[in-house]
Design a protein around this ligand. Structure first.
Ligand SMILES: Nc1ncnc2c1ncn2[C@@H]1O[C@H](COP(=O)(O)OP(=O)(O)O)[C@@H](O)[C@H]1O
Ligand SMILES: [Mg+2]
Length: 280
């Protein structure tokens, strides 16, 4: 099941793909030393693929996502999101904290990005005349939020808030969906439910997704491939393929296959640091 990935050598710049080749990122420490956060990291995500990344705290996962969003510069290597430099294409983000607008209802939160793009592209067009209304309704339905469309964020649970966050991220039809520990603040039962909901939504819409989590089982459940990172410096040490069709449900979530693979990845993450970094 494990593969040593050499796929980064193939050009994948078609719609929705992500190419990260030999990416390096350094920070200056307060002592004036250089901290290598990412060391020649390579990752090639096919359009429509779901990739999970697991790794110890501080290994550079969030930094990698921020670079893909265009929020952070990188020092070396190449990064292409949907064939373009980061920040040039629409990306959807879902982070641990839902950060919804408290004064907007659920449906107005979901419509937020669409409102912005309508204002930007067609200043004189009244809202709702461009299919955005239908799109919001479709996403509310997909995320089981239709009956809560007129609620405010403070009136719904944390799990529902995170579903609104997901619907909002997808409303703009992003080339790539980036998720950084989106379910880690939720209780175990809600988390498992949202994992299944995410399966349904993403397989219906087919968005390329990069999903960061410290929950190994969650990483496996969602992903076509799980990339395992090590720290100091941050780098990929192994890639696992998860050959199971989408959408995946409760049966797969509780399966021995996930338990076994999870144990293997746990062992890898807790193994003594190899003297020579594993080259992918
Ligand atoms: N703006 C910054 N300035 C200096 N160091 C940073 C900055 N952002 C992150 N780091 C450091 O980079 C490393 C990786 O951080 P991060 O990407 O948040 O890791 P992860 O998400 O895997 O926990 C950590 O050692 C962190 O302290
Ligand atoms: Mg992080």
């Amino acid at each position: 099941m494990a593969t040593n990935s050499t796929e980064h050598q193939t050009q994948t710049t078609s719609s929705g793909g992500v190419v990260v080749r030999e990416l390096s990122k350094h920070y200056a420490t307060p002592k004036g030393e250089t901290l290598t956060v990412l060391d020649r990291v390579s990752l090639d995500v096919r359009p429509g693929e779901f990739v999970s990344i697991v790794g110890p705290s501080g290994c550079g996962k969030t930094t990698l996502l921020r670079i893909l969003q265009g929020l952070e510069e990188h020092d070396g290597g190449e990064v292409l999101v949907d064939g373009q430099a980061p920040g040039k294409v629409a990306t959807g983000f879902v982070f641990q904290k839902a950060s919804l607008f408290p004064w907007r209802t659920v449906q107005r939160n979901v419509a937020f990005g669409l409102d912005l793009s309508v204002l930007k592209d067609t200043p004189n067009r009244p809202p709702g005349k461009d299919g955005s209304k239908e799109r919001v309704a479709q996403l509310l339905q997909l995320t089981n939020l239709t009956e809560f469309a007129d609620y405010y964020p403070s009136q719904i649970s944390g799990g529902m808030q995170q579903r609104v966050n997901l619907a909002r991220a997808l409303a703009i039809q992003p080339s790539v969906l980036l998720m950084d520990e989106p379910f880690s603040a939720l209780d175990a039962q809600t988390r498992e439910k949202l994992q299944r909901d995410l399966q349904k939504v993403v397989s219906e819409i087919g968005t390329t997704t990069i999903f960061i989590t410290h929950d190994i089982r969650e990483a496996i459940f969602q992903a076509d491939r799980v990339f395992v990172m090590a720290s100091n410096p941050g780098r990929f040490v192994k890639v696992y393929e998860v050959d199971e069709k989408h959408p995946r449900g409760a049966e797969f979530q509780q399966s021995d296959r996930i338990a076994e693979l999870s144990r293997e990845i746990w062992g890898l993450l807790h193994a003594p640091k190899p003297e020579v970094p594993v080259a992918l």
